[in-house]
Design a protein around this ligand. Structure first.
Ligand SMILES: NC(=O)c1ccc[n+]([C@@H]2O[C@H](COP(=O)([O-])OP(=O)(O)OC[C@H]3O[C@@H](n4cnc5c(N)ncnc54)[C@H](OP(=O)(O)O)[C@@H]3O)[C@@H](O)[C@H]2O)c1
Length: 256
Protein backbone atom coordinates (compact mmCIF):
# COMPACT_ATOMS: atom_id res chain seq x y z
CA UNK A 1 0.00 0.00 0.00
CA UNK A 2 1.44 3.38 -1.07
CA UNK A 3 0.38 6.39 1.01
CA UNK A 4 1.12 10.05 0.22
CA UNK A 5 0.70 12.17 3.34
CA UNK A 6 1.03 15.91 3.92
CA UNK A 7 1.78 17.49 7.29
CA UNK A 8 3.86 14.45 8.21
CA UNK A 9 6.50 16.30 10.25
CA UNK A 10 4.40 16.74 13.40
CA UNK A 11 1.36 15.75 15.44
CA UNK A 12 -1.40 13.84 13.67
CA UNK A 13 0.56 13.45 10.44
CA UNK A 14 3.58 11.90 12.15
CA UNK A 15 1.28 9.56 14.10
CA UNK A 16 -0.51 8.54 10.86
CA UNK A 17 2.88 7.86 9.28
CA UNK A 18 3.90 5.61 12.19
CA UNK A 19 0.57 3.75 12.05
CA UNK A 20 0.70 3.19 8.27
CA UNK A 21 4.37 2.12 8.44
CA UNK A 22 3.49 -0.37 11.20
CA UNK A 23 0.88 -1.81 8.82
CA UNK A 24 3.49 -2.21 6.07
CA UNK A 25 2.78 0.87 3.90
CA UNK A 26 5.30 2.74 1.77
CA UNK A 27 5.00 6.44 2.53
CA UNK A 28 5.52 9.70 0.70
CA UNK A 29 6.06 12.26 3.47
CA UNK A 30 5.40 15.95 2.83
CA UNK A 31 5.96 19.04 5.02
CA UNK A 32 8.24 22.08 4.90
CA UNK A 33 10.75 20.84 7.51
CA UNK A 34 13.07 18.44 5.69
CA UNK A 35 15.00 17.48 8.88
CA UNK A 36 11.86 16.45 10.71
CA UNK A 37 10.68 14.37 7.73
CA UNK A 38 14.04 12.63 7.39
CA UNK A 39 14.23 11.88 11.12
CA UNK A 40 10.71 10.43 10.99
CA UNK A 41 11.44 8.32 7.90
CA UNK A 42 14.62 6.95 9.52
CA UNK A 43 12.64 5.93 12.61
CA UNK A 44 9.99 3.97 10.67
CA UNK A 45 10.07 0.34 9.57
CA UNK A 46 10.39 0.03 5.76
CA UNK A 47 11.70 2.42 3.09
CA UNK A 48 9.95 5.76 2.62
CA UNK A 49 10.21 8.89 0.49
CA UNK A 50 10.59 12.44 1.82
CA UNK A 51 9.24 15.28 -0.33
CA UNK A 52 9.90 18.56 1.48
CA UNK A 53 7.41 21.09 0.08
CA UNK A 54 5.11 23.95 0.98
CA UNK A 55 1.58 22.68 0.33
CA UNK A 56 0.41 26.15 -0.68
CA UNK A 57 2.69 25.83 -3.73
CA UNK A 58 0.69 23.76 -6.22
CA UNK A 59 3.60 23.16 -8.57
CA UNK A 60 5.74 21.87 -5.70
CA UNK A 61 2.98 19.38 -4.89
CA UNK A 62 2.65 18.32 -8.52
CA UNK A 63 6.41 17.66 -8.49
CA UNK A 64 6.29 15.72 -5.22
CA UNK A 65 3.35 13.64 -6.43
CA UNK A 66 5.10 12.80 -9.71
CA UNK A 67 8.28 11.75 -7.85
CA UNK A 68 6.27 9.55 -5.48
CA UNK A 69 4.25 7.91 -8.28
CA UNK A 70 7.42 7.24 -10.25
CA UNK A 71 9.17 5.71 -7.22
CA UNK A 72 6.25 3.54 -6.11
CA UNK A 73 4.08 2.90 -9.20
CA UNK A 74 1.16 4.96 -7.86
CA UNK A 75 -0.52 6.13 -4.67
CA UNK A 76 -3.33 4.04 -3.16
CA UNK A 77 -4.12 6.64 -0.52
CA UNK A 78 -3.54 10.40 -0.51
CA UNK A 79 -4.05 12.24 2.75
CA UNK A 80 -4.35 16.05 2.86
CA UNK A 81 -3.54 16.59 6.52
CA UNK A 82 -1.28 19.68 6.61
CA UNK A 83 -3.03 22.49 8.41
CA UNK A 84 -2.62 25.56 10.58
CA UNK A 85 -4.77 27.09 13.29
CA UNK A 86 -4.43 30.65 14.51
CA UNK A 87 -6.87 33.02 16.17
CA UNK A 88 -8.29 35.58 13.73
CA UNK A 89 -10.41 38.66 14.47
CA UNK A 90 -11.72 40.37 11.33
CA UNK A 91 -11.62 43.84 12.93
CA UNK A 92 -7.78 43.77 12.96
CA UNK A 93 -6.14 44.62 9.63
CA UNK A 94 -3.12 42.44 10.37
CA UNK A 95 -5.35 39.40 10.88
CA UNK A 96 -6.58 39.52 7.28
CA UNK A 97 -3.33 38.04 5.99
CA UNK A 98 -3.52 35.34 8.65
CA UNK A 99 -7.07 34.61 7.42
CA UNK A 100 -5.72 34.11 3.91
CA UNK A 101 -2.93 31.84 5.10
CA UNK A 102 -5.37 29.62 6.99
CA UNK A 103 -7.69 29.28 3.99
CA UNK A 104 -4.81 28.64 1.65
CA UNK A 105 -3.25 25.94 3.83
CA UNK A 106 -6.41 24.24 5.05
CA UNK A 107 -8.59 24.45 1.93
CA UNK A 108 -6.74 25.30 -1.29
CA UNK A 109 -3.80 23.06 -0.42
CA UNK A 110 -6.22 20.17 0.00
CA UNK A 111 -7.17 20.55 -3.67
CA UNK A 112 -3.49 21.04 -4.59
CA UNK A 113 -2.72 17.74 -2.80
CA UNK A 114 -5.47 15.71 -4.49
CA UNK A 115 -5.21 17.22 -7.98
CA UNK A 116 -2.03 15.44 -9.19
CA UNK A 117 -3.36 11.98 -8.27
CA UNK A 118 -6.90 12.01 -9.68
CA UNK A 119 -6.13 11.24 -13.33
CA UNK A 120 -3.96 8.21 -12.54
CA UNK A 121 -6.42 6.94 -9.91
CA UNK A 122 -9.24 7.31 -12.44
CA UNK A 123 -7.23 5.32 -15.01
CA UNK A 124 -6.60 2.54 -12.47
CA UNK A 125 -10.23 2.70 -11.33
CA UNK A 126 -9.29 2.86 -7.65
CA UNK A 127 -7.71 4.98 -4.93
CA UNK A 128 -8.68 6.91 -1.83
CA UNK A 129 -8.41 10.64 -1.15
CA UNK A 130 -8.60 11.65 2.51
CA UNK A 131 -9.26 15.17 3.79
CA UNK A 132 -8.47 15.95 7.43
CA UNK A 133 -11.16 18.44 8.43
CA UNK A 134 -12.24 19.17 12.04
CA UNK A 135 -15.21 19.27 14.37
CA UNK A 136 -14.49 23.02 14.29
CA UNK A 137 -16.07 23.01 10.82
CA UNK A 138 -19.52 22.14 12.23
CA UNK A 139 -20.34 25.53 13.81
CA UNK A 140 -18.55 28.89 13.93
CA UNK A 141 -16.60 29.45 17.14
CA UNK A 142 -15.66 32.94 18.40
CA UNK A 143 -12.05 33.96 17.76
CA UNK A 144 -11.57 31.05 15.32
CA UNK A 145 -13.18 32.75 12.34
CA UNK A 146 -10.64 31.60 9.76
CA UNK A 147 -10.12 28.11 11.15
CA UNK A 148 -13.84 27.31 11.43
CA UNK A 149 -14.50 28.73 7.96
CA UNK A 150 -11.63 26.69 6.53
CA UNK A 151 -12.76 23.42 8.09
CA UNK A 152 -16.41 23.98 7.06
CA UNK A 153 -15.10 24.56 3.53
CA UNK A 154 -12.94 21.42 3.72
CA UNK A 155 -15.97 19.32 4.73
CA UNK A 156 -18.11 20.65 1.86
CA UNK A 157 -15.26 20.42 -0.63
CA UNK A 158 -14.60 16.75 0.22
CA UNK A 159 -18.31 16.01 -0.06
CA UNK A 160 -18.50 17.58 -3.53
CA UNK A 161 -15.51 15.53 -4.61
CA UNK A 162 -16.87 12.32 -3.09
CA UNK A 163 -20.15 12.50 -4.98
CA UNK A 164 -18.44 13.68 -8.16
CA UNK A 165 -15.92 10.79 -8.17
CA UNK A 166 -18.35 8.11 -7.03
CA UNK A 167 -18.50 6.31 -10.38
CA UNK A 168 -14.74 6.37 -10.98
CA UNK A 169 -13.79 3.93 -8.21
CA UNK A 170 -12.06 6.74 -6.27
CA UNK A 171 -13.25 7.06 -2.69
CA UNK A 172 -13.16 10.35 -0.79
CA UNK A 173 -12.97 10.09 2.98
CA UNK A 174 -13.52 13.05 5.32
CA UNK A 175 -12.06 12.70 8.81
CA UNK A 176 -13.12 15.26 11.42
CA UNK A 177 -10.89 14.99 14.49
CA UNK A 178 -12.05 16.26 17.86
CA UNK A 179 -9.17 17.35 20.09
CA UNK A 180 -5.80 15.62 19.66
CA UNK A 181 -2.73 16.44 21.77
CA UNK A 182 -0.33 18.04 19.23
CA UNK A 183 1.60 21.33 18.90
CA UNK A 184 -1.51 22.78 17.20
CA UNK A 185 -3.62 22.39 20.36
CA UNK A 186 -0.86 22.94 22.93
CA UNK A 187 -1.75 26.63 23.50
CA UNK A 188 -5.53 26.33 23.39
CA UNK A 189 -6.87 28.42 26.28
CA UNK A 190 -10.09 26.41 26.60
CA UNK A 191 -11.16 22.99 27.81
CA UNK A 192 -10.63 20.20 25.33
CA UNK A 193 -13.18 17.45 26.04
CA UNK A 194 -12.30 13.90 24.93
CA UNK A 195 -8.69 14.94 24.18
CA UNK A 196 -6.92 12.07 22.40
CA UNK A 197 -3.29 11.02 22.12
CA UNK A 198 -2.10 11.14 18.49
CA UNK A 199 -1.35 7.38 18.38
CA UNK A 200 -4.85 6.50 19.55
CA UNK A 201 -6.36 8.90 17.01
CA UNK A 202 -4.16 7.53 14.20
CA UNK A 203 -5.21 3.92 14.84
CA UNK A 204 -8.89 4.79 14.55
CA UNK A 205 -8.37 7.16 11.61
CA UNK A 206 -6.42 4.58 9.58
CA UNK A 207 -9.17 2.00 10.21
CA UNK A 208 -11.76 4.51 8.90
CA UNK A 209 -9.62 5.36 5.84
CA UNK A 210 -9.07 1.70 4.93
CA UNK A 211 -12.78 0.99 5.39
CA UNK A 212 -13.52 3.82 2.92
CA UNK A 213 -15.81 5.63 5.39
CA UNK A 214 -17.41 8.65 3.73
CA UNK A 215 -17.27 10.88 6.85
CA UNK A 216 -16.00 10.04 10.29
CA UNK A 217 -15.72 12.09 13.47
CA UNK A 218 -13.04 10.75 15.84
CA UNK A 219 -13.53 10.07 18.73
CA UNK A 220 -17.15 8.92 18.45
CA UNK A 221 -18.07 10.96 21.55
CA UNK A 222 -17.19 14.11 19.59
CA UNK A 223 -19.35 12.78 16.76
CA UNK A 224 -22.28 12.86 19.14
CA UNK A 225 -21.35 16.38 20.29
CA UNK A 226 -21.09 17.47 16.64
CA UNK A 227 -24.58 16.11 15.88
CA UNK A 228 -26.01 17.95 18.91
CA UNK A 229 -24.18 21.18 17.98
CA UNK A 230 -25.70 21.01 14.50
CA UNK A 231 -29.20 20.79 16.01
CA UNK A 232 -28.71 23.47 18.67
CA UNK A 233 -30.80 26.60 17.91
CA UNK A 234 -28.69 29.76 17.47
CA UNK A 235 -29.93 31.40 20.67
CA UNK A 236 -28.75 28.44 22.75
CA UNK A 237 -25.53 28.03 20.79
CA UNK A 238 -24.67 31.74 21.20
CA UNK A 239 -25.26 31.53 24.94
CA UNK A 240 -23.20 28.35 25.34
CA UNK A 241 -20.17 29.63 23.39
CA UNK A 242 -20.38 33.39 24.00
CA UNK A 243 -17.75 33.36 26.75
CA UNK A 244 -15.39 30.83 25.22
CA UNK A 245 -11.77 32.07 25.41
CA UNK A 246 -10.17 32.89 22.04
CA UNK A 247 -7.30 31.06 20.37
CA UNK A 248 -4.21 33.36 20.45
CA UNK A 249 -3.79 35.57 17.37
CA UNK A 250 -0.57 35.37 15.35
CA UNK A 251 2.35 37.40 16.72
CA UNK A 252 4.03 39.12 13.79
CA UNK A 253 6.72 36.87 12.37
CA UNK A 254 5.88 33.93 14.66
CA UNK A 255 4.94 30.54 13.22
CA UNK A 256 1.35 29.34 13.76
N1 LIG B 1 -4.82 18.54 16.87
C1 LIG B 1 -6.12 18.63 16.84
O1 LIG B 1 -6.82 18.58 17.89
C2 LIG B 1 -6.85 18.74 15.54
C3 LIG B 1 -8.25 18.75 15.57
C4 LIG B 1 -8.95 18.84 14.38
C5 LIG B 1 -8.28 18.91 13.18
N2 LIG B 1 -6.91 18.91 13.17
C6 LIG B 1 -6.26 19.00 11.87
O2 LIG B 1 -5.29 17.98 11.74
C7 LIG B 1 -4.25 18.43 10.88
C8 LIG B 1 -2.90 18.21 11.55
O3 LIG B 1 -2.87 19.00 12.73
P1 LIG B 1 -1.88 18.72 13.95
O4 LIG B 1 -2.67 18.89 15.18
O5 LIG B 1 -1.11 17.48 13.72
O6 LIG B 1 -0.95 20.02 13.81
P2 LIG B 1 0.64 20.21 13.91
O7 LIG B 1 1.23 19.28 14.90
O8 LIG B 1 0.86 21.66 14.06
O9 LIG B 1 1.12 19.75 12.44
C9 LIG B 1 0.80 20.49 11.31
C10 LIG B 1 1.51 19.86 10.13
O10 LIG B 1 1.17 20.59 8.94
C11 LIG B 1 2.37 20.95 8.26
N3 LIG B 1 2.17 22.20 7.54
C12 LIG B 1 1.62 23.36 7.97
N4 LIG B 1 1.67 24.29 7.02
C13 LIG B 1 2.28 23.71 5.93
C14 LIG B 1 2.64 24.17 4.65
N5 LIG B 1 2.38 25.44 4.23
N6 LIG B 1 3.26 23.32 3.81
C15 LIG B 1 3.54 22.05 4.21
N7 LIG B 1 3.22 21.55 5.41
C16 LIG B 1 2.60 22.39 6.27
C17 LIG B 1 3.43 21.08 9.36
O11 LIG B 1 4.72 20.83 8.82
P3 LIG B 1 5.88 21.93 8.60
O12 LIG B 1 5.73 22.97 9.66
O13 LIG B 1 7.14 21.12 8.71
O14 LIG B 1 5.66 22.44 7.23
C18 LIG B 1 3.03 19.92 10.26
O15 LIG B 1 3.58 18.71 9.79
C19 LIG B 1 -4.56 19.89 10.54
O16 LIG B 1 -5.23 19.96 9.32
C20 LIG B 1 -5.49 20.31 11.67
O17 LIG B 1 -6.33 21.37 11.32
C21 LIG B 1 -6.20 18.84 14.31
Amino acid sequence: MNVFLTGASSGIGAALAREFARRGATLGLVARRRDALEALAASLPGRHHCHPADVTDKDALIGAAAAFEQATGGADLVIANAGISVGVLTEYYEDLDAFGDVLKTNVLAMAYTFHPFITSMRTRGRGTLVGIASVAGIRGLPGSEAYCASKAAAISYCESLRVELKRTGIKVVTIAPGFVRTPLTSKNPYRMPFLMEPEDFARRAVDAMLAGASYKVIPWQMGLVAKLLRLLPNALFDRAFGNRPYKPRRQSGAPD
